[in-house]
Design a protein around this ligand. Structure first.
Ligand code: AMP
Ligand code: GLY
Length: 421
């Protein structure tokens, strides 16, 4: 099978690494890829948000299967264009990708099927939004409706902050994403993510993970795209997972099919868990980054078979062969991230590290130049390890991270603290 993966971050490096281990993969191209991906697959320069360009590229390169990494091409309908051209794709349609692209849409679907989630109001008018905030009181959560690269959520612990957030959003601070806002009840509990393969009708768990969103140790400082993750997430016990599937994921998927927008791909359910009850925080229509890195480390080659089964509508006959293992990934980011950071600093010491079924450094934002590896992004490397225990995996991941010589970067030293406490 000739495979094309769209994207160029750590998530796509991990996907490429898993796919390459499967003998069914004859040829792999990743667009645009990065310096780490280039060591295991061919990389191609392609505008991945342009459906027509992706279809032409896939046809020219005799691609049999396309795996879409990030949300932007999904929200832009790239998977629809590929399907229209008769190509097999892993990733939801533009209509189904609304589960990530519009928070108001997701809240409305949840309400229609009675899925447990935060109470909410949806507003297109600043005064009405403010009245609702005054009526509900703090703490309260204010969200821009559309895609805002993870930055459109304000957790307000007092009323003044919430009212100010309304002025910012309607004032254009989040562009078009903030022309509508969702205001939610603040949910207490522990957060974890459940990843579910969906083929339109069938669902199959692909595992759980916990991310570390804040930049600083002890979960301090501003939010980031994620500073590290591990899998499985102990808070997502078999019982909690079963409840999340029965009460949240399956009803949503049935409702999407009923509305004529069946979901196919990976569904990322962000959950808040309290006293054994999961409630939905949000859906994403893609793998998490860096959560994908730990899922791929645990699944290896079978990840391709699973994604292929979802794309072909064969999930009822698929199963995941779980090992009793744990994986962790530590993100190394450029100094300054998530604020302004320097680009082009050199990273040394990568060649000396072990790369095997239990140890990998996935590249997120790198480029190779004159034999050197340079940092090009905010989140740059994902040092990933697998072990029989989380502690073993964690010790190995930090040993590898400590062997990387990169004065231009930093990492959190407490990834996994919640599970190990
Ligand atoms: P979202 O982009 O909707 O995932 O929100 C980003 C983060 O804000 C989540 O991962 C949670 O940590 C937090 N969050 C969002 N909504 C709520 C809520 N209703 N209650 C508590 N925390 C929330
Ligand atoms: N790591 C969080 C996300 O991918 O949305």
């Amino acid at each position: 099978m000739n495979i094309l993966i769209l994207g160029g971050g750590g998530r796509e490096h991990a996907l490429a690494w898993a796919v390459m281990q499967n003998p069914k993969c004859d040829k792999l191209i990743v667009a645009p890829g990065n310096a780490g991906i280039a060591q295991i697959a061919s990389c191609a320069d392609l505008d991945i948000n342009n459906g027509g360009a992706v279809v032409s590229f896939a046809e020219e390169n005799a691609i049999d299967f396309v795996i879409v990494g990030p949300e932007a091409p999904l929200a832009a309908g790239v998977s629809d264009r590929l399907r229209d051209a008769g190509l097999l794709v892993f990733g939801p349609s533009e209509a189904a990708a609304k589960l990530e692209a519009s928070k108001a849409f997701t809240k409305e679907v949840c309400a229609a099927v009675d899925a447990p989630t935060a109470g909410y109001g949806h507003f297109t008018d600043a005064e009405a939004a403010k009245d609702y905030i005054r009526q509900q009181g703090a703490p309260i959560v204010v969200k821009a409706d559309g895609l805002a690269a993870g930055k459109g959520v304000i957790m307000a612990f007092d009323e003044a902050t919430a009212l100010e957030a309304i002025d910012d959003m309607f004032g254009g601070a989040f562009g078009a994403a903030g022309a509508e806002v969702v205001i939610e009840e603040f949910m207490e509990g522990e957060e974890a993510s459940l990843f579910v393969l969906v083929d339109g009708t069938e669902v199959l768990s692909m595992g759980s993970a916990q991310d570390h969103k804040r930049v600083g140790e002890g979960d301090s400082g501003p939010n980031t795209g994620g500073m590290g993750a591990y899998s499985p997430a102990p808070v997502l016990t078999a019982e909690v997972e079963a409840r999340a599937m029965e009460e949240i994921v399956k009803p949503t998927m049935l409702e999407m099919a009923r509305r004529g927008a069946p979901y196919q791909g990976i569904l990322y359910a962000g959950l808040m868990i309290k006293d054994g009850q999961p409630r939905l925080v949000e859906y994403n229509v893609r793998f998490g980054d860096p959560e994908c890195q730990v899922l791929m480390m645990r699944l290896g080659a079978q990840a391709l078979d699973l994604m292929h089964a979802a794309a072909e509508g064969r999930l009822d006959r698929a199963q995941v062969n779980w090992a009793d293992d744990h994986a962790i990934t530590v993100v190394m980011a450029a100094n300054g991230y998530p604020g302004a950071y320097e680009k082009g600093t050199e990273i040394k010491g990568l060649d000396a590290l072990p790369e095997d079924a239990s140890n990998m450094v996935f590249h997120a934002g790198t480029k190779a130049l004159d034999g050197k590896i340079l940092a090009t992004g905010g989140r740059v490397l994902n040092v990933t390890a697998r072990g029989e225990t989380l502690q073993e995996a964690r010790d190995r991941a930090y040993a590898a991270a400590d062997a990387i010589i990169w004065p231009g970067g930093f990492m959190r030293r407490d990834i996994g603290w919640r599970a190990l406490k």
